[in-house]
Design a protein around this ligand. Sequence first.
Ligand SMILES: Cc1cc2nc3c(=O)[nH]c(=O)nc-3n(C[C@H](O)[C@H](O)[C@H](O)COP(=O)(O)OP(=O)(O)OC[C@H]3O[C@@H](n4cnc5c(N)ncnc54)[C@H](O)[C@@H]3O)c2cc1C
Length: 383
Amino acid sequence: MELRPYHHLAMPQRATKRGEERTPLRRDCDVLICGASFAGLAVARELAGSGADVLVIDRYEIGERQTSACGIPTSWLHALALQESLQQTFGELVIHTPHTTVRYDLPWTFSTFDYRTLCGLLAAQGSFAFETAKVDVRRGDTVVTDRGEIRAGLIVDALGWRRVLGVGDNVQPPDALLSRGLEVHPFGTGSDMEVWIDRSYVPAGYGWSFPADGELRIGVGSFDPRFHVREPTVRLAEDLHADTVRYQGNWIPHALRDATEDGVFFVGDSAGHCLPLTAEGIRTALYFGLACGRELRGVVEGRWSRDEALARYHAFSAEHALPFRWMLRMQRLVPRVAPRLLAGSLQAIERKRFIDWAFGHYLEVAHPRFVGGGAPAPALASV
Ligand SMILES: Cc1cc2nc3c(=O)[nH]c(=O)nc-3n(C[C@H](O)[C@H](O)[C@H](O)COP(=O)(O)OP(=O)(O)OC[C@H]3O[C@@H](n4cnc5c(N)ncnc54)[C@H](O)[C@@H]3O)c2cc1C
C-alpha cells in the first residue's frame, strides 16, 4: 500500500477503516510515533523538515475520537498557531462548593477548542505518513499491530494511559495511580468555565461545565479510581438542566512515570504527564511532545545518539517531578478539608495578587514560551 505524507491529505472525513479495508501493513521507518492525539502530533511537528521517515499510527483517524473536554490556556493555542480551533474563551474561573461560590479573575485566559480541527491543524504542521492500526505489543524495536509489524530505530509511545509499549503488564485500574473522568456533551450555551468541589457529586475530585460554542462539556472526575462517575455526571447535568447525551470518558493518570523505558520514549498520558490536581493533560502532552520531538530530531540530524536522546529526555521529564508531586499532595489534601473550611479558604485566596501568583506558577509548569524554543519552567524550583 502506498503511504502518503499526511500534509498532502485533506482533513480526515471517513471513519476508521474496518474489515477487508484494513490491508496488511509491514514496513521499516526511522521514527514510529504510536498515538495521533496531542502528544503524538506534537512529537511529529518537531520532526517536520528533518528528512526522517516518520510514520504515525493510531487506531482511529486523526481527530476522529475526542479524548477530553478540550480546555487549554489560550496562549498555547496562539503559540502553536492553532487558534482556528478556538471555540470559547474565559477570563474567570467559577468554583462552586456547597457553602460558597467564588469567581477568580485569572491572569491568563483559558479556552475550549474543537478537537478535530485542532488535530488537523497540528498534523498539518508535521510531515509524516499516517496509518490506522491498533497497537498490540512491542518486541524490541518492532511494534506489532493488528495490520502487521513495524520496525523503527526510534519508537514513541503516545498511546495514552495504558502505556502499551512499556515493559511488563500494562497499567490496570483500579490499582494504578489513575483518576477516572466522564462527561456528556449536550447542546447548550454558557458564558462561564465552572467547577464544582462538592462531596455530593464526588468525594475526591470535581465536576465541571465547559461551554464550547453551542455545546456544553459537563463532567465529573474522581481521583479515587474505585468511585464510579456515571451517576454523578448524570446528576450534575440534570441539575444544570442539560441533556445527558454523547458520553465521553477515560482513565486519567495522576502520577508522573519514567519518560523512557527499554529504548522507548513515552509522552503525554503514557508518561503520566497529566497534572494531578486539575487533570489538565493537553498542554503538558504538547509540551513534553515538543521536548521529545526535539530530542528525536537531534538523533536524526546526527547531533547526538539515540541513547543520549533517551537520557536527555528522561532527565527533562524527571526535572518536573517537584510540581507534579506538589499537586498530587494537594489532590489528596483537598478532599480531607471540611467543606466550610474549604469555602473559607477559597474566599480567602480570592485576592487578585494571590490568584496571579498561584496561576502564574501553575502555567509555568508547561509554559507556551517553550513552543518558540524558550526555556522550560524557570520557576520550577520555587513552586
Ligand atoms: C473526561 C475527560 C476530560 C478531560 N478534559 C481535559 C481538559 O479539558 N483539558 C486538559 O488539559 N485535559 C483534559 N483531560 C485530560 C486529557 O484528555 C489527557 O491528559 C490528554 O488527552 C493526554 O493526551 P495524549 O495525547 O497523551 O493521550 P490521548 O489523548 O489519550 O491519545 C492517545 C491516542 O492513542 C490512541 N490509542 C490508544 N491506544 C491505542 C492502541 N492500542 N493502538 C492504536 N492507537 C491507540 C488513541 O486513539 C488516541 O488517539 C480530560 C480527560 C478526561 C478523561
